[in-house]
Design a protein around this ligand. Structure first.
Ligand code: NAP
Ligand code: G3H
Length: 481
């Protein structure tokens, strides 16, 4: 590891307030046109050891820093991020192929997230608990329970929100007094390093945020098993999340993983509204969102009408270059596009009705909609992370609930109905983190609790919940005679 000067799009890691690199680098290409965007360092295991040591030492002083001072740094970071939003959104668009409007919205949403976190952190009070309400105890004992940091947080973010899902780990960890090591997604590292620059420019003390770029296939297992890490905050696929949970040992962690969110449409739904919400929820950023609607369960009596309205909406989607405001853009890489194509072919071979799509140019997959998907098809159960949506016809809401709950995933679901009793009946029975009534599934607003059950994860995100997860209650007990 050596000091580096960023030039000719060679990006560097933040280490103890300085920018560093390594002899070995990784080329980052744009998914839009395969042009090279820059290189990032491939940090070694020896580098990681030094970084962890530095994060551990730096946390001690930061943990003692008054919360109001930590909050000021976060407010400054939010201001700087908003100030540079246009530039950073463009970097993001080129690196992950997200349309420019959504890229800008990701950056601005992140600035709001950081600002809200700074304010929320100031109100995370502890409590004093008297003993005399517990049988057998007198008034002479009191517990002073206060929130203290955990230590070093390892934040691992996915490619689809490299700014927002990095900041949504970093900001709550920092306000709670922890130091953070950010391991960004390799495709997304350049955007994430821009975020690190913002925190540094905001006056974050040296070493309180360090970054580690490098292919997880080479350094991932090493970093997650370091015993100095006090908490792992991971967002990504179920496969990797389960793997980390298995090898990391007795370290607390939050896992936000994959999903197969169902939209359940009942006969008393407003079908125009349902079609609009479902199509926008399924195809924005080409379906590369954990909360994308990934299957539609519709009762037979209204299926024909809903299908027609959905098809109208899908045919209006703009497909192509993210710079031109298209919602459906090239997928992150060829492997992902190949996987989506496999699911499409399986559905066709097993007799699903192709309504539109199944057209591919390199990594660009045109919005694909299937009717009459059945439960023997892979598309009924697997997460495509691409612009393909299966419609499964069911006889009634109970059958919809059974199929929805059969999934290994349990992130979110939507139910569309004008009947509040039906809405709550379905919502209460679904095994998911959240149910949206007459709305697409989505994470925001970011102070709402957001969590997955079953293979969709463990732990709860959302500003206050994230601060709680990355701090602990420490109690000092006073006894007087
Ligand atoms: P991924 O392949 O699981 O990668 C996620 C992150 O984990 C990347 O930074 C990756 O680094 C790193 N990683 C991979 N192997 C690792 C290991 N052994 N140890 C430590 N880190 C490791 O997921 P993705 O393709 O980026 O994201 C798509 C998936 O994320 C989808 O399944 C989606 O549903 C899910 N997701 C869930 C949520 C949620 O909140 N529930 C939000 C967003 C995305 P490299 O890039 O270097 O491999
Ligand atoms: O990809 C997973 C994100 O947590 C989803 O966030 O619902 O705001 O797109 P979103």
């Amino acid at each position: 590891m050596f000091k580096c000067i960023e030039k000719e799009n060679h990006y560097c890691n933040l280490f103890n307030g300085e920018w560093v690199s390594n002899e070995k680098t990784i080329d980052v290409f744009s998914p839009i046109n395969n042009t090279i965007l820059g290189t990032v360092p491939a940090m070694s295991k020896e580098d990681i050891d030094k970084i962890i040591e530095n994060s551990k030492t730096s946390q001690l002083k930061w943990g003692e820093t008054p919360v109001s001072e930590r909050a000021s740094v976060l407010h400054k970071a939010a201001f700087l991020l908003e100030d540079q939003a246009d530039h950073i959104a463009k970097v993001l668009m080129n690196e992950i192929g997200k349309d420019i409007k959504s890229s800008l919205s990701e950056v601005k949403r992140t600035a709001e997230f950081i600002r809200f976190t700074a304010d929320a952190g100031k109100h995370m009070d502890g409590e004093a608990i008297g003993a005399d309400n517990f049988p057998g105890f007198k008034k002479n004992k009191m517990s002073f329970a206060q929130r203290v940091p955990l230590g070093v947080i390892l934040a691992i973010s996915p490619f689809n929100y490299p700014i927002n899902l990095s900041a949504s780990k970093i900001a709550p960890a920092l306000i709670a007094g922890n130091s953070v090591i950010l391991k960004p997604p390799t495709q997304g590292s350049i955007s994430a390093l821009h975020l690190a620059r913002i925190f540094q420019a905001a006056g974050l003390p040296n070493g309180v945020l360090n970054t580690v770029t490098g292919k997880a296939s080479e350094i991932g297992d090493y970093i997650v098993t370091k015993e100095e890490i006090n908490f792992i905050n991971f967002t990504g696929s179920t496969e990797i999340g389960k793997h980390i949970a298995k090898i990391a040992g007795m370290v607390p962690m939050m896992l936000e993983l994959g999903g197969k969110d169902a939209a359940i449409v009942l006969k008393d739904a407003d079908l125009d509204e349902a079609a609009r919400e479902i199509v926008s929820g399924a195809y924005s950023y080409s379906g590369q969102r954990c909360t994308a609607i990934k299957r539609v369960l519709v009762t037979e009596d209204i299926a024909d009408e809903l299908v027609k309205k959905m098809l109208d909406q899908v045919q209006k989607l703009k497909v192509g270059n993210p710079e031109d405001g298209c919602e459906v853009t090239p997928l992150i890489n060829t492997k992902s596009a190949d996987f989506v194509q496999e699911l499409i072919e399986d559905a066709i071979n097993k007799g699903a009705t192709l309504l539109c799509g199944n057209k591919r140019i390199d990594n660009l997959i045109y919005p694909t909609l299937f009717d009459n998907v059945t439960t023997d098809m892979r598309l009924a159960w697997e997460e495509p992370f691409g612009p393909v949506l299966p419609i499964i016809r069911v006889k009634d809401m109970d059958e919809a609930i059974i199929i929805a709950n059969k999934s290994q995933y349990g992130l979110q679901s939507s139910v569309f109905t004008q009947n509040i009793n039906h809405a709550f009946y379905v919502a209460n029975k679904l095994e998911v983190g959240a149910v949206q009534i007459n709305n697409k599934s989505e994470r925001g607003p970011d102070h709402f609790p957001f969590s997955g059950v079953k293979a969709s994860g463990m732990g709860t995100q959302g500003i206050r919940y994230s601060i709680e997860a990355m701090s602990r209650l420490k109690s000092i007990v006073l006894t007087v005679d």
